[in-house]
Structures are given as C-alpha cells and as structure tokens.
Design a protein around this ligand. Structure first.
Ligand code: SF4
Length: 277
C-alpha cells in the first residue's frame, strides 16, 4: 500500500502556538484552567490534563488567584473580563486570525455596518466574534439562508476562520443584489485554505483518503466534506484504533490528511499503523 500525505496537513500555527503556551504555563504554574476545551482533539487534551490542565465550564469556575487560559477560538468579551478579574494570570491563546476577525467585527459595527458572519452560530469562535459587535448582526451558515426579499442599506461581511472561501463568495454574490453598500473581509484563515487545497490535490491521485481529527473539530469536518464531495472514498478517524480494515481492502494508494488541531504524534501513530498493515 502506498501512503501519500496531504501537504500541508495537521497542526496549524495557531494551535501549535497554543499548545506551546500551555506546556510552558503548566511547567511554570502546575495547574492551568481553560474555559472550555482548548483544542478540538480529546487525545491531546487528555495528554495536557495529565500535565495539570483543568477544564472549566465558566469563568466563575476558575478558582480565584489561579492561572487561566483562553483557547485559540477566543472567548466572549464578558468571559474575558470575568477571567481577568478572577485570575492571577490570563494566558491568551486566541489565534491572531481569530483576533483579527473580532477586531474587524468591532470596527464594522462601529462604522454603522450591519455585520453578517458566515459560520456556525453555536461554535465558540462565532459566539466570541459576535460578542464584539454593538449593533445589528446576523450569523448565517450558507447562501440558502439569505432572504432574497430583504433589503439592506449597509452590510459588513465576515467569515468564521474555518469556513470555505467558496461559501463566502456565494453569500456575497447573493447579498450584493439586495444591499446598497457592502464591505467584505475575507477572514478565512490561510492555514484552513491550504489544508482544504491539499485535499483537492490529493483526491485525484489516491483510491481513498483517511482524515484524522477530533469529532468536534470544524476544520476536520470540512476536510471530510471536501473529500466526499470529490467522490473519493473517505474515512474519518479520531483514533488509530478506529482504522477499518474492510475499508482499506483493495485500495493501493491511500491519502492521509489531518485537521488543524490534530497533533503530530497522532498522525505518526496512524501512519505507523497503516505501514504495519
Ligand atoms: S485554523 Fe487558522 S484561525 Fe484557527 S487556530 Fe489555526 S491558524 Fe488560527
């Protein structure tokens, strides 16, 4: 069996930086409290928990005077304020791309634009971005949610960092027909675009693609969707143990891709296992 790795794949720079920040903080302070899971990969979270990472549901669960951590997706403005009040130190792991999108949202709403954000309304990154908007705003997950009968004076359009550029272009193409003035920022992250592109390049050259990444990882899910949309047999695994021998049968060439929150050690485990098969 021939293994072909997608390139680039695996940890994006935002998650790599956050893991580095957490490892340093855990070595220095012992315990670090993260509001929600810092990385959408349960195995990596488990490894960090053994080093002293503690997950909490809300800022009020961080014991006073301890060290807290803000994940790459960022947290809402009120959550950030609450963390700052309770913690001795707040380590801000918010990715620079996410921070830039929060700032765009803030400035658009200050300039009087109604903000339209392409994304999943339940995703923590989206909730955090929306918390920086003072005026009218709207989260949509795709072009089909746009009411063609509506009329807008000024719209400011942004995207969750892990969405597809094609989806952003599709909503802009529709919104432009019903809006007087439209300002668009392409806030899809380059790391995401490159990983999505690597799947498209891989697909025509392999018999199947294995995508490795956490079930809750939005960017892993997108990789799976792209692979499936290209008509390639696709297997999504979170753990090496989930490799399906039946799926491998008859495939001579297998592509391997990983979401931006999948640690290197998990990718290595998977490729080693595939080689032994
Ligand atoms: S996918 Fe992009 S925006 Fe998200 S953490 Fe990675 S580098 Fe940052």
């Amino acid at each position: 069996m021939n293994l072909v790795m997608a390139s680039p794949t695996g940890l994006c720079f935002g998650v790599r930086r956050a893991i580095g920040q957490l490892e340093s903080a855990l070595a220095e302070y012992g315990n670090v409290y993260s509001l929600g899971s810092p990385i959408h990969n349960p195995q990596e979270v488990e490894r960090l928990s053994r080093l002293g990472l503690r997950l909490v549901e809300s800022a009020s669960d961080v014991p006073c005077g301890r060290v807290s951590f803000v994940r790459t997706h960022g947290v809402t403005k009120p959550e950030m304020e609450a963390l700052a009040k309770r913690s001795r130190v707040v380590i801000d792991g918010t990715c620079s791309h996410v921070r830039a999108t929060q700032n765009r949202a803030k400035s658009l709403s200050r300039e009087g634009y109604r903000v339209v954000l392409l994304g999943d309304s339940k995703h923590p990154e989206v909730r955090a971005i929306m918390s920086y908007i003072a005026g009218d705003s709207l989260v949509i997950s795709g072009k089909d949610e746009i009411d063609e009968g509506a009329r807008y004076e000024r719209l400011g359009v942004l995207s969750q960092t892990t969405q597809m550029e094609a989806s952003l272009a599709a909503i802009v193409a529709k919104l432009i027909l019903i809006t007087g003035e439209i300002k668009v920022y392409n806030t899809v992250c380059r790391a995401t675009i490159e990983r999505q592109k690597s799947i498209r390049l891989l697909a025509p050259n392999v018999d199947g693609i294995i995508v490795i990444g956490g079930e809750s990882s939005a960017n892993t899910r997108k990789l799976v969707e792209i692979s499936e949309s290209l008509g390639v047999s696709t297997l999504w695994v979170e753990l090496v143990g989930e490799l399906d021998r039946g799926w491998l049968e008859g495939k001579r060439s297998i592509g391997v891709a990983a979401g931006g929150s999948t640690p290197d050690w998990l990718i290595n485990d998977l490729t080693c296992k595939l080689q032994t098969l």
